[in-house]
Design a protein around this ligand. Structure first.
Ligand SMILES: [Ca+2]
Ligand SMILES: [Ca+2]
Length: 224
C-alpha cells in the first residue's frame, strides 16, 4: 500500500478525467514506496484512497499531497506522451484543477481536496466521495456506446464530451483529455469496415478505478 495520505491525487481524472498516455517505464523513482516497517496499523489508520485519489495520485511523484505542473508533465511523459503538446496541455490542466481544489488561482492541485476538482464534463462515474460507481459506469457505456460494440470510438467519445461540458472552455479541456486517453490507452479495431482507434470497456474501467495510468507506466498500482 502505497502512500496514504498522499494519496492522491491529482489531476487527472477529475480534471481530466482522462488523459494520459503510454508508457515508458521508468521505474525508477517511485513514488510508491511501500513502507513495510510501518506496519499495517499505521496504514489502516489512514483513510483509504478512493479511486479518484488513486487516479490523480499517479501524478504526485514526490508524494507530498499536491501535484504541480511539472509533476503533471512528468506523469504524462511516463505514460508515453511526448512533444510540445504536453507542455501546452499540462499548465492548462494544472491551472484548472489546481484552482478548483484550492479555491483560488493556482497551478498546484491539492490532493486532499480532489473532490472539488471534479470539473464539468466529469461523468459522475465517481460518486461524491470519489469512489468508483460501477453502476454509473455501466450507464455511461450503455448511453454512449451507440453501436453497441463494447468499445467507444472517437465519435462516441466526442458525443460524450460535448454533451457533458457546458462551456466552450470546458469542452476543449474535456475533449483534449479524452483524445489523449484514446491515444495512449486506445486500440485499433475494425469499426464499420474501417480501422478506428477505440477505447475498450475494460480499459475505460481501469481508467475509472484508478489503475490504468499505473499499468501503462509500469508502476505498481496502489492498493486500496
Ligand atoms: Ca507532489
Ligand atoms: Ca462503440
Amino acid at each position: 500500500m502505497p502512500r496514504i495520505n498522499a494519496s492522491a491525487a491529482a489531476i487527472a481524472p477529475a480534471a481530466i478525467e482522462s488523459p494520459v498516455v503510454n508508457a515508458v517505464s521508468n521505474s525508477t523513482e517511485s513514488v510508491t514506496a511501500i513502507d513495510c516497517f510501518e506496519g499495517s496499523t499505521a496504514i489502516s489508520a489512514k483513510a483509504p484512497q478512493t479511486a479518484l485519489q488513486k487516479h490523480v495520485g499517479f501524478f504526485d511523484m514526490d508524494s507530498d499531497g499536491s501535484v504541480s505542473t511539472s509533476e503533471i508533465i512528468e506523469g504524462i511523459q511516463q505514460l508515453g506522451g511526448t512533444g510540445v503538446k504536453v507542455y501546452i496541455l499540462a499548465p492548462v490542466v494544472s491551472f484548472v484543477i489546481g484552482t478548483m481544489t484550492r479555491g483560488y488561482p493556482s497551478f498546484s492541485t491539492d490532493l486532499s481536496n480532489i473532490k472539488a476538482g471534479k470539473h464539468e464534463g466529469s461523468s459522475n462515474v465517481f460518486d461524491e466521495d470519489g469512489n468508483f460507481d460501477s453502476g454509473k459506469f455501466e450507464e455511461l457505456f450503455e448511453k454512449f456506446d451507440t453501436n453497441k460494440d463494447g468499445m467507444l470510438d472517437g465519435v462516441e467519445l466526442e458525443n460524450f464530451s460535448t454533451r457533458n461540458a457546458k462551456t466552450f472552455f470546458g469542452r476543449i479541456v474535456v475533449k483534449a483529455n479524452w483524445n489523449l486517453l484514446l491515444k495512449i490507452a486506445g486500440e485499433d479495431r475494425e469499426v464499420n469496415g474501417e480501422t478506428t482507434r477505440v477505447l475498450t470497456k475494460e480499459r475505460l474501467g481501469e481508467f475509472y478505478d484508478g489503475s490504468l495510468f499505473y499499468k501503462l507506466a509500469g508502476r505498481e498500482v496502489p492498493v486500496e
